[in-house]
Design a protein. Sequence first.
Length: 128
Amino acid sequence: MKKIMIAAALLAATSAHAHISLEQREFAAGSYQKLVFRVGHGCSGSATTAVSVRLPEGFAAMRPMPKNGWQVERSAGSLIWRGGPLPDDFYEEFVMFGKLPAAGSHTFKIIQSCQAGSANWESTLETR
Ligand SMILES: [Cu+2]
């Protein structure tokens, strides 16, 4: 019984963690929207130096929001912000604008690079 309670507490702590995730996850299909990627911490204590976002199929007309202290690299299917470093105990937001795909589930694959190590995240939004 005690073990179960500890597991539940750990799970709650994990989900309270921001990782790198989308601020809003439900939108109208085919609409133009601002997407905000929230960075809640670094890589096991190490400061963030790049955030790479692979766009889902069908996401079009992507426009990154310029960000002081960060360079933006764009290609057809992805976007990379390089800069910082953003210390582990700070919060940051990275913003892009674009046209969302048709109705369905769409996953953004994210790589967080840090001064030491990296972490992979996925954040999914729904369009209806
Ligand atoms: Cu986290």
